[in-house]
Design a protein around this ligand. Structure first.
Ligand SMILES: Nc1ncnc2c1ncn2[C@@H]1O[C@H](COP(=O)(O)OP(=O)(O)OP(=O)(O)O)[C@@H](O)[C@H]1O
Ligand SMILES: [Mg+2]
Length: 316
């Protein structure tokens, strides 16, 4: 394959991957976020301080949580109308999520690496100090289900209590955004005091029946961004159902598989995007035989795509 073709395909795929689809859940998240931001800023302007509420973005792996929150926070930092009181820290919950390690990770996110030998209480005092100094409005923790992954019950409760205390800090309360899989909901349900402080936004699975129209629109929109035409075979409800199934009903994975299929079509220098390109995309992702490929197999509903996709390490 020529270097020129590879470069052209690489560039087009990179552009497709950079595209963000503003879906319904994102709009909801965006609204809740902006409302919280305005409330907090009004309080700051008026010199009021009161405990804050947070947002919990909950959805399965591949639903699009990280992508959505990243977009939200990127838009927010570009806003420019945020005045002096503006700072967002976004980080991934470390493993193991011990009191000290979580504190150190937040500190690093704030730009203050701390000596690993310091005691946990000292680290958290620094966290509170710097959040106040930097006037941090939002703290986003991704993969927040990992807060419950390891350690003892007591350790987990301590981390949760410390996070809660950040939202209740009398001098400078911080708004938390937690994103994670279903186990995050368990953490919030387990501690009602914490749970009631969060507004949950669920990135629900895509439905194999009622959402087919939207999936077909999504597919057309992606094809329209390319020079390809859509083969008749991918315009049907049955195909859309296969795509949804192959993506384990997750919105983000539908997009991921579609982009890989477009790449397959580009590389074979085809004029249209076909079912075979999707079959090729799934094969490439999972390495599986045609009998287990939802774009090939007769009875595709019997296949468990989550298991196949997990082999690649993408879905836990
Ligand atoms: N709104 C969107 N527009 C375009 N692409 C998206 C969108 N949401 C998700 N994607 C794509 O879907 C894939 C999975 O999304 P993402 O990594 O955000 O999922 P996640 O819910 O954070 O999964 P995990 O729990 O495994 O971290 C990514 O490759 C991303 O590019
Ligand atoms: Mg993620």
């Amino acid at each position: 394959m020529s270097e020129a073709l590879l470069q052209s395909v690489g560039e087009q795929i990179a552009d497709l991957q950079a595209h963000f689809v503003r879906h319904e859940r994102f709009r909801q998240l965006d609204e809740v976020f902006r409302l919280l931001k305005h409330r907090r800023q009004a309080d700051i302007r008026a010199g009021r301080s009161r405990e804050l509420r947070g947002i919990a973005v909950i959805g399965a792996s591949g639903s699009g949580k990280t992508t959505a929150v990243d977009r939200l926070l990127r838009n927010a930092s570009k806003d420019g109308d945020t005045g002096d009181h503006w700072e967002i820290i976004s980080l991934r919950v470390p493993s193991p999520a011990t009191v000290k390690f979580v504190g150190q990770t937040i500190l690093r996110g704030l730009g203050y690496p701390v000596n690993g030998r310091r005691e946990a209480w000292y680290v958290w005092n620094l966290v509170r100090h710097h959040l106040r100094e930097r006037q941090t409005l939002f703290l986003h923790l991704d993969e927040a289900q990992d807060l419950a992954a390891r350690g003892t019950e007591r350790e987990r409760q301590s981390v949760v209590n410390l996070l809660k205390s950040l939202m209740q800090d009398p001098d400078w309360p911080v708004c938390l955004i937690l994103s994670g899989t279903g186990e995050l909901a368990d953490i919030l349900n387990f501690d009602p005091q914490l749970g009631r402080r969060f507004q949950p936004i669920r990135f629900d699975p895509v439905n194999e029946i009622s959402d087919l129209g939207k999936v077909r629109d999504l597919l057309s929109a992606y094809v329209a961004k390319t020079s390809l035409s859509a083969d008749d075979g991918i315009g049907t409800n049955e195909f859309a159902a296969r795509l949804v199934h192959a993506a384990a009903n997750e919105f983000g994975l539908i997009i991921e598989i579609t982009i890989v299929a477009i790449e397959v079509a580009f590389l074979r220098q085809g004029a249209s995007l076909t079912v075979a390109d999707f079959a090729g995309a799934f094969r490439r992702r999972t390495g599986c035989i045609d009998g287990l490929n939802p774009f090939v197999a007769q009875n595709f509903r019997r296949i468990d795509p989550r298991e196949l996709l997990a082999d690649e390490g993408r879905i836990a």
